[in-house]
Ligand binder design. Structure first.
Ligand code: SAM
Ligand code: SF4
Length: 359
């Protein structure tokens, strides 16, 4: 089956002819804060710097993908300009993601530049780990504070089946390299899938405990047409938690990373076990983030198709940031109150792939 990662998101008619408003309605950017119409402060962006990836994880992508033509992808300078403008508007945390961010040429230059933006507190990255063994020291030197690594299984054959092409040993070497480079709290991200890795949740937690690192389990989300139904593989957090409790003592924690994860501690260990549960525990009320795709579309909500295209503005106004700022402020005004991923998982509720939006 052939599938297109560049399927245009159905941007609402009003936005297609978007003209930046002259006065912000829902944000006080003079105060350097972005606030949406429900009073949520947006302080965190997830910036996808490429839709390309060296893996083809079966919950994320179709087997055959057509990636965006390069001209439709933000250049690194444009990525930096977007990040700089958001930071100027009060954003304090940037996560660089993808696709696979470490396959983008000169990614380290971009990371160094973002890390140096005045006002930014935290630059973090999400990666599949395939390139981490060679990149870890450079990421650290560039100013990346934390790394999330996706790891769904500890079995090489299964890893190959899930990623379709990946080599588990390279990712494990990457995790070692991150530690050797001085990254303290690497976090694993595991998408839970019934009939695929549901029998490995305990092993994955033990793996994290043995390395003093964190792990978050993610409920699969209905993003993009991936070529197989998701209904049968969906595994909810409560069931996963119950199975972990048979092996570990898990104490609920009030700690928060400011994100959607709820955390549990395992006494006597350094490990936090998180659950990201868009289906069973909607986290929209406290949402503090927006996403920018590799093609420069600002998505105020992961679970919603409304977007503000920033790329035309960037290119039409190469030296004037005012239209870009106004478009970002406008984006706050259309941030949905919440997503509604129903359990009807087989039809994608959001037409774009996660690799497009950036996880
Ligand atoms: N390539 C990098 C990686 O895999 O970590 C960064 C991009 S990836 C899209 C970001 C995160 O999204 C990964 O942790 C991945 O497991 C998760 N993800 C992808 N598709 C998903 C889906 N349909 N539901 C839930 N999580 C998904
Ligand atoms: Fe690539 Fe990450 Fe998607 Fe896997 S989850 S296909 S590694 S973008």
């Amino acid at each position: 089956m052939r599938n297109e990662s560049l399927t245009p998101a159905p941007v609402s008619d009003a936005l297609l002819g978007f003209t930046p408003p002259t006065s912000p309605a829902t944000s006080r950017h003079a105060d350097r804060t972005l606030v949406d119409k429900y009073g949520r402060h947006v302080t965190y962006i997830r910036l996808s710097i490429t839709d390309r990836c060296d893996f083809r994880c079966n919950y994320c992508m179709a087997e055959e993908m057509t990636f965006l033509p390069r001209a439709q992808v933000l250049t690194l300078e444009e990525c930096l300009r977007v990040a700089r403008t958001f930071v100027d508007l009060g954003v304090t945390k940037v996560r660089v993601t993808g696709g696979e961010p470490l396959v983008r040429q000169n990614v380290v230059w971009l990371l160094e530049q973002i890390a140096g933006l005045p006002g930014l507190k935290e630059l973090v990255i999400t990666t599949n780990g395939s390139q981490l063994d060679r990149f870890a020291p450079a990421l650290r030197a560039a100013g990346v504070k934390r790394i999330n690594v996706s790891l769904d299984t500890l079995r090489a054959d299964r890893f190959r089946a899930i990623t379709r092409v990946g080599d588990l040993s390279k990712v494990l070497r990457g995790l070692d390299a991150a530690r050797a480079a001085g990254f303290q709290r690497v976090k694993l991200n595991t998408v839970m899938m019934r009939g695929s890795n549901d029998d490995e949740l305990v092993d994955l937690v033990q793996f994290a405990v043995d390395r003093d690192i964190d792990i978050s389990f993610i409920e699969e989300m209905p993003l993009g047409e991936i070529g197989h139904g998701r209904q049968s593989t969906y595994l909810g957090s409560e069931e996963a938690l119950a199975s972990l409790e048979q092996r570990f003592v898990l104490l609920p924690s009030t700690e928060s990373s400011g994100g959607p994860a709820r955390y549990w501690r395992i006494p006597g260990t350094a490990t936090r076990v998180g659950f990201i549960s868009p289906h069973s525990h909607n986290f929209c009320e406290s949402c503090n983030r927006v996403r920018i795709t590799a093609r420069g579309d600002l998505y105020p909500c992961l679970g919603n198709n409304d977007a503000v295209p920033l790329l035309p503005l960037l290119r039409a106004h190469p030296t004037d940031d005012a239209p870009l700022r106004a478009a970002i402020v406008h984006g706050m005004g259309i941030k949905a109150k919440g997503h509604d991923f129903s359990r009807q998982m087989d039809a994608p509720q959001v037409v774009r792939f996660m690799s497009m939006t950036g996880g």
